[in-house]
Design a protein around this ligand. Structure first.
Ligand SMILES: *Cc1c(COP(=O)(O)O)cnc(C)c1O
Length: 376
């Protein structure tokens, strides 16, 4: 929560929950990421927060962009970035979307299997491709499962197939899981990446690039190591697995770029109990899972909630959203500590909400508007 956000909220008169993002914080984050590793390029993961103000700022600062769809590519171009700073990093693309991206000038594509290589070869001839490998995501609070990537052994065949079809096998990518709180998580993934480099070298392909993915955390309730700490752990791992032949690297921060830049202001709609004897209160806010807090799914991401009554006695409560879907409960398995004095109508601040919130909010479920956003 910055002074600028506090000022903005003090002067805001509209009703309803809103997200305020401080662009100065995004700028500081970009500058920290740009310095994390020698010779690394920052590809901002657009899905974390695709607001035009964020994209324009990052384009001006010289950032590159990791995109997942043609509309994301178009938003990045509209923000002033040239197409040679865009990668189409989704491993699941329609061939006609690849063709559209190619027509827009994009020349860097992610793949994780031969059928996807074939699509890229037909629709984006001669482009660079990198193959995503699986990662176990241990240590991540928002793990990414086996949906993306292939076994490292298969990656070599996928890249060789790309070469045969006239593409340029450029490198390897992975993602160690989002909100990765262990800076050593990159070590194992880099061991696999180095093995792919070696095997490719033996088959006459000289790979150039390792895409280190995202995963850099935002501070929620617990402290997290700094970007600098991550940088030196990753650099050590690169040294260990690649020796003196460290390849070009790419990092794709999403959450780490914008998470701590945003604060949501919400309102307490109801405080109630299920029986007179119950000690646990239910606190209902005017924002929930469908209003932008989807990452509370399985209670994965625990946001800091500040109230005007912090400092008063605290007690556990169930925190829930305003819609008529019974899934719309934020924290229940592990109840949330809030002041006993909290009242209907109090404004609360939900911190660390600059990433993965606004675009997750539904269009009009139960008639609730999508989350209002301000980028200041
Ligand atoms: C979502 C995503 C990212 C960003 O991940 P964070 O954990 O938010 O940093 C980076 N790369 C790819 C390919 C992604 O899908």
């Amino acid at each position: 929560m910055t002074t600028r956000i506090r000022e903005f909220l003090r002067n805001r008169t509209e009703d309803g929950p809103c997200l305020v993002v401080d662009l100065d914080v995004v700028r500081d984050n970009y500058n920290a990421f740009a310095k994390t590793l020698p010779d690394t390029r920052v590809f901002y993961a657009v899905k974390a927060n695709p607001a035009p103000e964020v994209l324009a700022l990052l384009a001006k600062l010289g950032s590159c962009f990791d995109t997942a769809s043609v509309p994301e590519i178009e938003m990045v171009l509209a923000a002033g970035s040239p197409p040679d700073r865009i990668s189409y990093g989704n491993t699941i693309k329609k061939e006609r979307d690849i063709a559209r991206a190619f027509a827009l000038g994009v020349r860097l594509y992610a793949v994780d299997c031969k059928p996807e290589v074939e699509k890229v070869a037909r629709a984006a001839p001669g482009s660079k491709v990198f193959c995503r490998i699986l990662s176990d995501c241990v240590g991540a609070e928002w793990p990414l499962s086996r949906k993306f990537g292939c076994e490292p052994g298969m990656a070599v065949d996928v890249l060789e197939h790309a070469l045969k079809l006239g593409l340029e096998p450029h490198g390897v990518s992975f993602h160690v899981g989002s909100q990765q709180r262990n800076q050593h998580a990159w070590d194992r993934a880099l061991a696999s990446a180095a093995a792919v480099f070696k095997e490719c070298g033996e088959r006459g392909m000289n790979l150039a690039m390792v895409n280190l993915g995202g995963g850099f955390p935002t501070k929620y309730l617990k402290n997290v190591p700094s970007v600098k700490t991550y940088g030196s752990a990753i650099f050590k791992a690169l040294r260990k697995h690649f020796g003196n032949r460290i390849p070009e690297t790419i990092i794709e921060p999403g959450r780490g770029m914008v998470g701590n830049a945003g604060t949501i202001e919400a309102e307490v709609v109801l405080v109630s109990k299920k029986s007179e004897e119950d000690d646990v209160r239910w606190v209902y806010l005017d924002i929930g899972k469908f209003g932008g807090l989807a990452e509370t799914m399985d209670e994965s991401i625990r946001y800091p909630v500040r109230t005007p009554r912090d400092g008063d006695a605290m007690a556990p409560c169930v925190l829930a959203g305003p819609t008529c879907d019974s899934m719309d409960v934020l924290y229940e398995k592990e109840p949330y500590m809030l002041p006993v004095s909290l009242e209907i109508g109090d404004k609360v601040l939900i911190e660390g909400t600059g990433a993965y919130t606004a675009t997750y909010s539904s269009v009009a479920f139960n008639g609730f508007s999508p989350l209002k956003t301000y980028h200041i």
